[in-house]
Design a protein around this ligand. Structure first.
Ligand code: AHG
Ligand code: MN
Ligand code: MN
Length: 335
């Protein structure tokens, strides 16, 4: 080592706001500890018998992998006792997660996807954990799912951890985006990517092309242009990447720009999109916007949406600002 550790970094940030009690700092530290424990289990893979199916489905009707269940348990067990949370909401749990009686209740809420990209687990491709921290309503009484239904603009913090060739934590508290690499020798995340910025322009797009026949016209138009490149009126030729792991996709965009789309489609009518607003779209949108990028459903800024339920799905178009604006303009023109 060494650079600044994540702990040092968040304490330094805390000292900038004289009213801070330190509770938030401790919460982020606890989230980082949960991610380290998850990184360990993901990394052990078959050695710990962690790969394969769990034999169950989640609320969204998705088949759960063993690691979906293991990482969800790690996240909940790591945070429920800390006294910093009033409740949690997980992609893998039907209902919100109450803090067990016997543990103090704190002033924050956390929404999380314990293992994003889990369809990639058995093929050894990057997966990750995504989280979003909100303030709990002041009033006492029982916490309900409605308390979580705050627009993304209310997020206090968002982050993700990507378990790839290196384990990285990417974090925003509304003051830019910083990236930390896990130094396994000392067990700490070290600030290696300060102030991450997304280039405005890009020549790289990411979309699941197998859904093409289900897309709406504006997305058809945009992707057709990208594919044709200079032969289709664009000023450049495009490259395509699709990892099927949003954490890896967003990390790539933070590193070298790009546009990622999981748009509205007619494959599963009524679903409203594939990605989940509270566990995936909102936290990633906060990070992308804080790094100078943009994030939209094609029609609205994602972070302005008022969630209707905790498992709501939304279309997602995010990344380099000018390309996202172009896709949004195609949606507006098609009205
Ligand atoms: P999860 O593993 O948490 O269910 O999320 C997977 C998401 C996202 O990471 C990825 O962009 C998308 O689903 C891939 O979906 P398809 O391969 O079904 O298109
Ligand atoms: Mn996910
Ligand atoms: Mn998941």
């Amino acid at each position: 080592m060494k650079g600044e550790s994540l702990t040092q970094f968040i304490i330094r940030e805390q000292r900038k706001s004289p009213k801070a009690t330190g509770e938030f700092t401790l919460l982020v530290n606890d989230v980082a500890s949960a991610c380290k424990a998850i990184a360990h289990e993901v990394n052990r893979g078959s050695l710990a018998g962690n790969l394969g199916l769990a034999g169950s489905e989640n609320i969204q009707g998705e088949v759960q992998k063993k690691l979906d269940v293991i990482t969800n348990d790690i996240f909940i067990r790591s945070l429920e006792w800390t006294g910093h949370l009033a409740g949690m909401a997980s992609e893998e749990n039907d209902e919100i997660i109450q803090i067990p009686s016997g543990y103090p209740r704190g002033k924050y809420l956390i929404c999380f996807d314990p293992l994003d990209g889990s369809s990639n687990i058995d093929v050894n491709i990057s997966v990750g954990t995504i989280f979003s921290i909100l303030r709990a309503p002041e009033a006492g009484g029982n916490l309900t799912a409605e308390d979580f239904l705050q627009p993304g603009t209310q997020q206090v913090c968002a982050g993700f951890c990507v378990y790839g060739p290196t384990t990285m934590m990417v974090l925003t508290t509304g003051n830019g985006v910083n990236g930390f690499t896990l130094d396994r020798d000392v067990g700490e995340f070290i600030l290696t990517h300060p102030n991450m910025r997304i280039p405005e322009d890009t020549a790289e797009f990411a979309i699941n092309m197998s859904n093409q026949r289900f897309w709406e016209e504006p997305v058809q138009r945009y992707v057709a242009e990208c594919v044709k490149g200079k032969d289709g009126g664009r000023e450049k030729n495009f490259n395509m990447r699709w990892i099927a792991s949003m954490v890896a996709e967003v990390y790539r965009i933070l590193t070298r720009g790009g546009i990622f789309m999981y748009p509205l489609d007619t494959k599963d009518p009524g679903k409203g999109g594939k990605l989940r607003l509270m566990y995936e779209a909102n936290p990633m949108s906060f990070i992308i916007e804080q790094a100078g990028g943009a994030s939209s459903t094609g029609r609205e800024r994602i972070m302005s949406l008022t969630p209707q339920n905790i498992h709501q799905r939304v279309p997602v178009i995010l990344g380099s600002r000018k390309e996202v604006e172009r896709v949004v303009s195609y949606h507006l023109e098609s009205i």
